[in-house]
Design a protein around this ligand. Structure first.
Ligand code: GTP
Ligand code: SPV
Ligand code: MN
Length: 587
């Protein structure tokens, strides 16, 4: 295991607090994982699926009140309230520790404490960071063993250092009224109580790799972002990498694994997945921005994933995968979700554990935020760079969201600071990935609203400073919107694989190979420069979704002005200037 004093001291303290019956050190070996799976199946916590069709795959159902991240119960517990900022919920750290310890006290009685040493990023890479999660949930252990790199090597790499992130997870009674996800950025500590669901409890993911890491990045001069990373290989074999930030359930996993349209495939285009949710980025020796994916698996949205929309994601779930809150097909002991195919199982159990015949229209088989936890190595297009840990050089940063109107299919910012402005004004319709209303437009700067571990005004400053550091090597910044709707409420742009047509324009812009129209908000493609070959989509329709409406953007500018007021003195002057430029462009 480890002789690290800071680790042993903390584990001891937590053990005293939660009083487990026994303790198990997780080493991530096959034998250990097999034994834990068997134990979870014996208690009903997990269901072993058809091992011929889905080898090493399991199904888990969470409590019905525990199916998504809980943003209103997520806290940043910095010493000063101002350091959490106007977009985060804050609690005083001393009060928060007391409250959490009172809830956690004795909560492992009759249970086992699992100690998970994990690395975010390839073990030993200079860009990687180490965490230790204590949990009383086998489900969490097995998910962490997919999503992160777990095992003895992590202890060996950590050595005596006390640079690691403490994570305590207690399921308690899954009491929604006492559910808290608390972060102590100044103490490198996360405490999560009364949940057993995904982002609330897999503490390496949003809690560490975004909330804690964004704070570390600010202080250490790097960036932790809610971004996918993908490589686009052209027929000459040259690969360009882009990173893209979209809010939860707005298409990161899908874009990260996209399959090029037939015409592109024939020409020799390929797409390589580096990451589908989180990017850690740092300036490299050559001055460019390099990104790694700190994760080792995909915690992807199941509904809508099918052989047409995302065959690579589907292929990734065919072995070693844990399904959460999908429907269970009893006929062949497999899984099903809305949008998988047109044949819902007749003899099934829905995500709540009730019998389900696949026909009731008011009752879904899978929860809208049901998920698969799949090993990255399963992905047919996983990048050869995935495990290298040096990072890939980023040519373009792409922001995007779900907007029925207003935001065009794609536009390019005028320069870095204008790009930071474009990210800061992102807005998107809310989705089932968090509890609360769905479909409401809200501002979600850089898709980091729920994930920034400190004052978002300071976060904007950090972006501006990164641009100064990167200078002429800075990636170009774009914005995309796959979600414009027609009058009947249908998506206009075909999306998915065809998004490569837009990425191609983006790459060409980065290489100065294509012209554009300058508008009030930035550079928009000339419609004829987006390749529509092989697609039943007219240039006129395309013009419609490239349109920048002065009326709509004038309203948008008012909304931005209102939103910016939140930040008071913390709003960088560069962004104030950008807003003024937008307003004067619209006159
Ligand atoms: P998180 O894991 O929550 O961060 O989500 P994500 O950003 O990875 O989103 P994901 O790729 O899982 O997509 C979420 C939903 O958006 C799914 O239902 C997809 O089918 C849908 N979607 C993704 N890409 C597109 C697209 O290009 N067009 C349309 N219309 N829908 C899309
Ligand atoms: C998201 O909501 O952005 C996710 C899922 O990726 S969770 O891990 O629950 O945060
Ligand atoms: Mn996400």
């Amino acid at each position: 295991m480890t002789t690290n004093k800071s680790v042993l001291g903390w584990i001891d303290e937590m053990k005293q607090l939660v009083s487990p019956d026994k303790m198990v050190w997780i080493d991530g070996t096959k034998e250990q994982i097999e034994a834990l799976r068997a134990e979870a199946c014996s208690t009903g916590e997990m269901i072993k699926l058809n091992q011929e069709k889905l080898p090493d795959c399991y199904l888990h159902r969470t409590a019905v009140n525990d199916v998504a991240r809980v943003e209103d119960r997520t806290f940043i517990c910095s010493r000063r309230e101002e350091d959490a900022g106007p977009t985060n919920h804050w609690k005083d750290p001393q009060e928060a520790y007391k409250m959490l310890y009172d809830i956690a006290r004795g909560s492992y009685k009759g249970r086992t404490m699992y100690v998970i040493p994990y690395s975010m990023g390839p073990v030993g890479s200079k860009l990687s960071k180490i965490g230790v999660e204590l949990t009383d949930s086998i489900y969490v252990v097995l998910n962490m063993c997919i999503m992160t790199r777990v095992g003895q090597k992590v202890w060996d790499t950590l050595g005596d250092s006390d640079e690691w992130v403490r994570g305590l997870h207690c399921k308690c009674q899954i009491d929604a009224e006492k559910r808290y996800i608390c972060h102590f950025p100044e103490d490198n500590t996360i405490i999560s109580v009364n949940s057993g669901y995904g982002g609330n409890v897999l503490l390496g993911k949003k809690c560490f790799a975004l909330r804690i890491a964004s704070f570390l990045g600010k202080n250490q001069g790097w960036m932790a972002e809610h971004m996918l990373i993908l490589g686009i290989e052209n027929p000459k074999g040259e690969i360009k990498y882009v990173a893209a930030a979209f809010p939860s359930a707005c298409g990161k996993t899908n874009l990260a694994m996209l399959i090029p349209p037939e015409g592109y495939r024939k020409k020799g285009y390929k797409v390589w997945t580096v990451g589908d949710d989180i990017a850690w980025m740092r300036q490299g020796k050559d001055g460019r921005l390099y990104a790694i994916n700190p994760e080792n698996g995909f915690f992807g949205v199941a509904p809508g994933t099918n052989a047409h929309s995302n065959p690579n994601a589907l292929a990734s779930t065919k072995s070693g995968t844990i399904f959460t809150n999908v429907a269970h097909n009893l006929d062949d002991n497999t899984v099903w979700w809305e949008g998988l195919d047109k044949n819902p199982p007749k003899n099934a159990v829905d995500w709540t554990g009730e019998p389900w015949d696949g026909t009731t229209s008011d009752k879904k088989g899978a929860h809208p935020n049901s998920r698969f936890t799949a090993p990255a190595k399963n992905c047919p297009c996983v990048s050869p760079e995935f495990d290298k840990g040096e990072g890939v050089p980023i040519s373009a940063i792409i922001f995007g969201g779900r907007r029925a109107q207003t935001t065009p299919l794609v536009y390019q910012s005028r320069d870095w600071n204008n790009g930071v402005f474009v990210g800061s004004i992102m807005a998107s319709e809310t989705t089932a990935a968090a509890t609360g209303a769905v479909g409401v437009v809200r501002r979600d700067p850089m898709a980091m609203l729920p994930f920034c571990g400190y004052n978002m005004g300071d976060y904007f400053h950090h972006w501006i400073e990164m641009g100064e550091k990167l200078g002429g090597n800075a990636p170009k910044i774009f914005n995309v919107n796959w979600f414009r709707l027609d009058d009947q409420g249908h998506f206009i742009w075909p999306g998915f694989g065809d998004n490569l047509r837009v990425l191609e324009w983006i790459i060409k812009r980065c290489e100065d190979k294509v012209d554009a129209n300058e508008t009030a908000i930035g550079y928009v493609p000339k419609a004829e420069d987006i390749n529509l070959e092989g697609l039943d989509f007219s240039v006129d329709t395309l013009k419609g979704i490239l349109d920048v409406s002065k009326d709509q953007w004038t309203k948008e500018a008012e909304g931005i002005e209102e939103f910016y007021k939140k930040f008071g003195d913390k709003l960088p002057k560069e962004l104030k200037e950008q807003l003024e430029i937008l307003k004067s462009n619209l006159k």
